[in-house]
Design a protein around this ligand. Structure first.
Ligand code: SIN
Length: 336
């Protein structure tokens, strides 16, 4: 943290999204994400430079549905460098809300949990009446500048609510209250420009894993991990198709991470051929427990616990970079 009298130095890494979006001139099309650059976003937030010394950078300018591994890699490398830079006190990432939880979890896994790292976005484009982006950005910078945000890994801040990257989910396609942490609850709130945290910082000691400090491979080398979404009368051929193309599969299963008998058999066949198979739930909350309803150990599956499918995909992809055996992979999921 800065010496007394110096404003905290906050890096702001922009990646696009609705926070940088403009309403479209085309009739019928609501808005286009990733239109404004970081300079324009900052100009829309009066007073921001009075609370922090700002260091803006444009990493990408995309709608987050187009968040590619190349951008993740560039962002993670930059955040790692800034995390190690003594001249920077905190980091803010602006991001589209659609895949924000995945990026937050990826960064949470690959960055040591020291310096404040805050991801934010907006549900309304920058040109909308009562756009939420400027208030979210202001709050994110205030949070990144606050000493209590240290040691918490990546945090997500929207709508005055602070979430841990591990537990946050986008739960609504529209509306300002689009984010929740259904199983683990809010990490805290912003109140009168200050964070109120509901639990102590966790640090990173208990979360040692190879991907946290190891060099991040070139994205072309990242294992391909797909998500298969279960439903009534699910057919096995979808799984066979994906298993031929992926090193890892995550089942977004019904209920407790389940699927039709034929789909489960296809997953077991894939696991027997060396594809890493993780069972998660499509329900949005609750735990998928090992060997509870499905014989995970017998069939070669990993249970995702309370990681949702999209976050289980991120963890599995990072884990597979180290080519772990099944027991190690299970341990990493249990500890995640
Ligand atoms: C996006 O994720 O880039 C579009 C939606 C949003 O930011 O709210």
């Amino acid at each position: 943290m800065p010496e007394p009298g110096r404003r905290p130095a906050i890096a702001i890494l922009a990646t696009g999204g609705t926070i940088a979006g403009a309403q479209s001139a085309r009739p019928g099309l609501g808005y286009v994400a990733g239109t404004f650059d970081i300079g324009q976003l900052l100009a829309a937030v009066p007073g921001l430079s009075t609370i922090a010394e700002l260091h803006p950078e444009q990493i990408a300018n995309v709608g987050s549905q187009d968040m590619r591994h190349e951008v993740w890699h560039a962002l993670a490398m930059r955040v790692r460098a800034l995390a190690a830079d003594a001249a920077i006190d905190g980091i803010v990432v602006t991001h589209g809300t659609d895949t924000l939880e995945e990026t937050a979890y990826l960064l949470d896994l690959v960055i040591p949990a020291g310096k404040p790292l805050i991801l934010t976005g907006a549900m309304r484009p920058a040109t909308a009446l009562s756009a939420d982006g400027p208030a979210n950005l202001y709050a994110a910078v205030a949070l990144a500048a606050h000493p209590q945000a240290r040691g918490r890994g990546a945090l997500v801040l929207l709508n005055e609510e602070i979430h841990d990257a591990r537990g946050v989910q986008k739960i609504a396609a529209a509306g300002l209250a689009a984010f929740a942490s259904p199983d683990r609850g809010l990490a805290g709130l912003m109140h009168a420009g200050e964070p109120v945290f509901y639990r102590p910082a966790h640090g990173s000691a208990a979360r040692v894993a190879p991907w946290r400090h190891a060099p991040l491979a070139d994205p072309a080398q990242w294992p391909r991990v797909g998500i298969v979404y279960a439903h009534a009368d699910m057919q096995a051929d979808v799984i066979t198709f994906m298993a031929e193309r992926c090193q890892g599969l995550v089942l977004a299963g019904v209920g407790d991470g389940n699927a039709t008998a034929s789909a489960m058999q296809a997953l077991a066949d894939a696991a027997a051929r060396g594809v890493a198979v993780v069972r998660a739930s499509r329900t949005g909350r609750g735990r998928v427990g090992r060997n509870v309803e499905v014989d995970d150990d017998g069939l070669g599956f990993i249970a995702a616990g309370d990681l949702n499918p999209q976050k289980a995909r991120v963890l599995l992809m990072l884990a597979l970079m180290s080519k772990p055996d099944q027991a190690t992979l299970r341990d990493w999921f249990d500890a995640a």
